[in-house]
Design a protein. Structure first.
Length: 378
């Protein structure tokens, strides 16, 4: 069995579950060093040990016989790279790899009967992303290219999916992770967003930020101050266009005081946080540094540093693309998620962990279909 086990898969799936060598070794009843030999191909587990490993990771034993290329770290755009814990980075890289495999399987099964949106972003040859004014122009260029006008973007998640990007929620790194979101540059790019955030406005800003990385930073290692600043600038300019801010911000700040009621209405209309509105105003010189600090302090004094009062009135956006694919395959092709899991050599429980979903009531689950049929018959 020594030659049949892909040691990379052993490490990749451990990273996915954010488990240390010691965590897994304790569950297996072996030493950390012994497990490390499996992962470095110095040794190989026997069949009984492989079954135990598979059970821990919710995959089939054949999963570890696959020879597949994996997503590389330079394809992944992390937020706050310097502060990110290694376990968080590796967990999300492995997540991206498994999503990519899932997408390949789904598109093969669709077999051209349903065409997913083609990923194609505008060319930026005439712009210089090191120039702040050009970033403003790129945001305006994108809005024009995608027929968005200057008004609020109703659903950032749907916009990204319509651009051919797969968006998923991820909740395995917890609220204390330094990673808010990431994007992965692939043939069909992926944006992974944190589902621990309960602010629709912050999630929308994260999506616009990751969209900037896909636009600006293909082949560039990101996470430094410069690339993060460029992505943040684009996100603000894209969600809050210059002409709109110049026209309406005087209703929010008249030169001496803030009108927080008007700020609240503006926020709910554009679905952008008050903190981001203040920063955008400073960026456009509609506020000076002192006025900006006053606004930030006011938010802090109101207890709105992390969660703003209007957030509860703005509905969280949910990804739809993968759900639609699963539903089509089940209803039109009689291909249920259990079959997809078999092809990927994983269990449905692994898929639930990967996509942060519950298959118990999913219409694309064969188990649910059988349950519904039995209910109707009885």
């Amino acid at each position: 069995m020594f030659n049949s086990i892909n040691n990379i898969e052993l490490k990749l799936v451990r990273y996915f579950y954010r488990m240390s060598l010691q965590d897994v070794a304790d569950q297996l009843g072996i030493s950390r060093q012994y497990l490390h030999k499996f992962e470095t191909k110095q040794s190989s587990p026997d069949h009984e040990m492989l079954e135990k490993i598979s059970e821990i990771y919710k995959v089939r034993t054949e999963f570890f016989s696959q020879e597949k290329s994996t997503v590389q770290e330079d394809q992944v755009h992390f937020r706050k790279l310097q502060r990110s814990k290694e376990i968080d980075k590796q967990a999300l890289i492995s997540t991206a790899e498994y999503i990519d495999r899932l997408l390949t399987n789904i598109e093969n099964k669709l077999d051209g009967k349903v065409t997913l949106p083609v990923f194609e972003l505008p060319r930026l040859d005439d712009f210089n992303i090191d120039n702040a004014l050009d970033i403003e122009r790129i945001a305006e260029h994108c809005r024009e290219n995608w027929d968005l006008g200057l008004g609020p973007i109703s659903n950032m998640t749907r916009l990204c999916e319509n651009l051919g990007i797969v968006v998923i929620s991820y909740d395995r790194h917890g609220e204390n992770s330094d990673i808010d979101a990431l994007s992965v540059t692939l043939k069909r790019p992926i944006i992974v967003r944190s589902s621990s955030k309960q602010s629709a406005c912050r999630l929308r800003f994260d999506l616009a930020h990751e969209l900037a990385h896909l636009l600006f930073h293909d082949g560039i290692v990101t996470g430094c101050r410069k690339t993060e600043s460029q992505a943040n600038h684009f996100a603000g300019a894209f969600l809050l266009p210059r002409p709109i801010m110049i026209k309406y911000f005087p209703n929010i700040f008249n030169g001496s005081r803030f009108n927080w009621e008007n700020m609240s209405e503006f926020k709910k209309h554009f679905k952008v946080s008050k903190a981001a509105i203040l920063y955008r105003a400073k960026q456009l010189s509609l506020l000076n540094e002192s006025q900006y600090r006053t606004g930030v302090i006011s938010l802090k004094n109101k207890g709105e540093s992390k969660q703003e009062i209007e957030d509860k009135f703005i509905e969280l956006e949910e990804p739809e693309l993968l759900d639609s694919c699963f539903t089509y395959l089940a209803e039109k092709e009689k291909v249920y998620v259990e079959k997809i899991c078999d092809d990927l050599r994983i269990t449905p429980s692994f898929l639930e962990d990967l996509l942060s979903i519950d298959l118990t009531h999913a219409v694309y689950s064969k188990k649910y279909k059988i349950k519904q049929l039995n209910l109707r018959i009885s």
